[in-house]
Design a protein around this ligand. Sequence first.
Ligand code: SF4
Length: 708
Amino acid sequence: TAHAPEPTVRTTCAYCGVGCGVLATPDGQGGAAIAGDPDHPANFGRLCSKGSALGETLGLEDRLLHPMLDGRRASWEEALGAVAGGLRRTIERHGPDSVAFYLSGQLLTEDYYVANKLAKGFIGTPHVDTNSRLCMSSAVAAHRRAFGSDTVPGCYEDLDEADLIVLVGSNTAWCHPILYRRMTDARTKRGTRLVVIDPRRTQTAEEADLFLPLAPGSDSALFSGLLVHLADTGTLDAGFIERSTSGLDAALDRARSIAPNLAAVAALTGLDEARIAEFYAMFADTERVVTAFSQGANQSAQGTDKGNAIINCHLATGRIGTPGAGPLSLTGQPNAMGGREVGGLANMLAAHMHFTPEEVDRVRRFWKAPNIITGEGMKAVALFEAIETGRIKALWVIGTNPLVSMPRAERIRAAIETLDLYVVSEVVADSDTAAARGKRTVLLPALGWGEKDGTVTNTERRISRQRGFLTAPGEARADWAILSDVARRLGHGEAFPYTSAAAIFREHAALSAFENEGTRDFDIGGLADIGDRAYDVSAPVQWPVTRKGGTVSTRKRLFADGRFFTFDGRARFVAVQRPALAEPATPQRPLVLNTGRVRDHWHTMTRTGRSQRLAAHRSVPFLEIHPDDAAAAGLTDGGIARLSSAHGEAELEVAVTDAALPGNPFMPMHWSDATASRAFVGALAQGANDPVSGQPELKATPAAVTPV
Ligand code: SF4
């Protein structure tokens, strides 16, 4: 039977932090035709391969459609009772901080807000962290050290207006393809030059004007050398430094001690001196320069320092907050930024507030919270270790797959078996994480993309609506509604009266400006009284959205006035550490393993794995390895390699290529037990953390390889 097409709905893509606008036209049979939204300022109608295949991922085959209790189907009543009862018992026996939540950059802001409020204000546990810890928490920490706030200074238009774009640890052509298209457009239109800094010769590197294949972990040396070069060539912006910054002398002294000259930079990075000099001259001579950095910089035991080494060079030249200039953290997930806004990271409270007595009290009064926390909780790696040691007794995972993505995933699987209560809110029934079992296990079916409704914030601080256009399948429910029901069962119903995403958004917006209107970085107080209808039809908007005297205003760029969110209004230079790998190669494990994404898959493939078209790009997990390393290990192209680290093993198809640096093979992060046997990154990764951000090292794991 032919069905008349239903009205087209404006929403946003489920995947990366570019946050593209999508037009979805449901076909009335559970599917939808997908097109780019020509009016969305992130993509102007374009979509990449992943976004345009979204319609192929809507099937219900492997969906979790009913609550499950200890492996059997249960009613919502029974499942929610088990969650609330389990939480209550755990709190009574072991205290509120024996409860932990692990959230996701895939959640909508409204879901994130309610989870964070329930945990940090009402249950009273600080142990709420998110998979964003694995994504951009080093960039967050670098922002906070430099700017006094977690603020992305610029916007996508800066990429259109830059004369030089420097990409650090980012295969943008594959991982943020629509932003990459903007970069290539700028190259065509205004001759923008592109520098790529990455150990691996990626698709992006292939197309760069200058490619710097630096040794793993040596980014800070390259940017320390750049700071020295800027100082020595008279390229510093003395006026900006004097008016708007502090700490240059200490940062420059440290940079000189690390990278006093080209020879020292070359020795630390493995790069050719002439190429380093070429990069330094390009940077020094170009006013409009954007340095965009991503997981290659962040997923490192020194990720925060890498971010600050980059930001130092922008502060030194005053190239920040002005058109075509600034550091730009490219976030991985669709709502990594929204999670930061609500306080989804263990070291934040809510609305970018921290743990000063004044801010704790402000949030407490706003929420009327009986059990407000007063300090930071455990970050992801420590949080999962605390399950092993028995400190955490109840864990609620929402919308993420840590049994694939976390370092030392095998140990986490074993630890989960010891939990008194293990709750998983999920879309798919058979993810590795949904398949694990605690002593009491509750699976809660959540709405997925195309069904749920709320907002997300993209890399350039732009809040967009994500709208549902499909009927809720089975018994699936919105995460915020599930969380609110549990809150009611715990006796906190008055504080969780929500009946719509719009109501939650208004509360979130009001908190951001509570008693502090117009003075904070994350301030969306101008949206605090948005009506249901206005919320429903709202167009994408960049924060801050402030209200002063009845006038609502927003800002494309921050820091254009040279004022930052530190107590004295000055940005901080940071003296960074000398680069060193947390775990260097050894004679037994002579390789340093790099990991990352492929073009057509997303995270652990629970969605992209459903599209045959996407799976066709790379259908099996592989190991890219330099010909010299392959020869030394007796590997042949197309054969199977067994890769081992101190923590685990993987079996991968061999791809011999000089795109990999000698000694630095690469494997993709997407595959898992659920999708292939023994090929997941989490089994191999070491679990060393950046001491500032807590972000795990996922780009440099000592490994050995043998043929199978
Ligand atoms: Fe989706 Fe990112 Fe592709 Fe845009 S660039 S369509 S947000 S995956």
